[in-house]
Design a protein around this ligand. Structure first.
Ligand SMILES: Cc1ncc(COP(=O)(O)O)c(C=O)c1O
Length: 389
């Protein structure tokens, strides 16, 4: 596919320069069509097939199988959760905590991970250790090893950090943590869809992800991977209809026989259209090829780094080494704070990006539909801001 064909799939790109795929991806025509498929049919023919849970109509299992294959998992290990935080809640509320247990996070976790986690920290009297994110993987691993203890029960960290786009050394972290008897939960919001992810090869226990960023699905959409042999370590804390094998009106405690696999966390009425549209996003990214997306992001990142060298007072905050970078690039200016730069880019030049959550910088996302000419104009505008008082 050429860049022109890709851009034609995203009508909104005609109206702005979009550097915020890491926030919310633009909606493609195919994902939008999938999002509307079920409601359109219901308007015309009514909800009978949905009420009958006719999956030849709904398509949830096809979406699950597609996502599972994309992340190197089995369909039984994947639950659609709509919100990222719900995925985190399922894990952290379901673990059997004891007072004094320890959790490790980084100093750059997103609130969607931290808030559910701090809620169990508060209620169960857990201890939190914070690992500083660094662009030096060896330094991070040394630090990480020093934080691990025999009381560490959960390591809950980003695969790729939201602001600096730093790739954590996830394979080594998984191995070290599990060797000390800890579970590992990764935040995959910025990894799935950016580069190949193989969860069976990685071996982590849990992996939460969103559909609405690099997977190019709709907002909101999210999913949780639970390693097959960890399923029974997660107590079901919230539940409802359709998740037990027995389902009678005289239901008793003895009938709480959960359906197999991670589907047990999908209870009650579901956001099917969003889940299947997340599957359509996966299909789209798969069609582009995730390796090709990764390679393109590297080329654009190198191009952006080169451009920024010409801007006085500009500094790249994301990893400089291309093999450590992702499509997330963060920069700062000496003479202006991140919010001022971000606001000016949006209001003066209609360039959509966001100020970073940590540090005074700006985050841009170099997704597959971004063109070199977009980067040229971005650098020009940054240069204007760098010289204005
Ligand atoms: C690192 C990271 N994790 C998780 C999320 C998901 O957040 P939310 O639950 O608000 O959709 C985001 C969204 O920006 C993110 O950047």
């Amino acid at each position: 596919m050429t860049i022109g064909t890709i851009r034609d799939d995203f009508p909104m790109l005609a109206h702005c320069t979009y550097f915020n795929c890491g926030g919310i991806a633009p909606l493609s025509k195919s994902v939008g069509a999938e999002l509307l498929r079920i409601p359109t049919s219901i308007i015309e023919y009514g909800p009978a097939r949905m009420l009958a849970r006719d999956d030849s109509f709904i398509g949830i299992e096809a979406a699950r199988a597609r996502l599972a294959a994309f992340i190197g998992a089995d369909p039984d290990e994947v639950a659609f959760t709509t919100q990222f935080s719900t995925a985190v809640n399922i894990v952290v509320e379901g673990l059997a905590w004891q007072e004094g247990d320890e959790v490790i996070v980084t100093d750059q976790e997103h609130p969607a991970m931290l808030i559910p986690l701090m809620n169990v920290v508060r209620r169960h009297g857990l201890k939190v250790s914070r690992l500083p994110v660094s662009n030096d993987a060896d330094e991070m691993l040394t630090h990480f090893q020093a934080l691990l203890t025999d009381r560490t029960r959960l390591v809950a960290v980003s695969h790729v950090t939201t602001d600096s786009g730093t790739r954590l050394p996830v394979a080594e972290m998984t191995r070290l943590a599990q060797a000390r008897g800890s579970y590992v939960l990764f935040d995959g919001a910025h990894s799935v869809g950016q580069f190949p992810v193989d969860l069976h090869a990685l071996g982590c226990d849990f992996y939460a992800m969103v559909g609405y960023k690099w997977v190019m699905g709709p907002y909101p959409s999210a999913a949780l991977y639970i390693r097959r042999d960890r399923l029974d370590d997660i107590e079901v804390t919230w539940c409802g209809s359709n998740v037990t094998q027995t389902g009678s009106v005289t239901m008793g405690v003895e009938d709480l026989d959960w359906i197999p696999g991670a589907r047990r966390f999908e209870y009650g009425g579901r956001t099917y259209a969003y889940d299947t549209a997340m599957g359509a996003g996966v299909a789209y990214v798969d069609q582009l090829g995730v390796e090709a997306i990764e390679a393109r992001a590297r080329r654009l990142t190198a191009y952006f780094h080169e451009g920024l060298k010409r801007v006085p007072g500009a500094r790249v905050r994301s990893p400089l080494k291309l093999e450590e970078s992702t499509g997330i690039a963060t920069f700062s200016l000496e003479n202006k704070d991140g919010v001022t730069v971000s606001t000016a880019l949006r209001e003066r030049w209609n360039m959509i990006q966001r100020a970073a959550l940590w540090g005074s910088s700006v985050r841009i996302s170099l997704a597959a539909f971004v063109e070199e000419s977009d980067v040229d104009r971005l650098v020009e505008n940054i240069a204007v801001l760098a010289t204005e008082s």
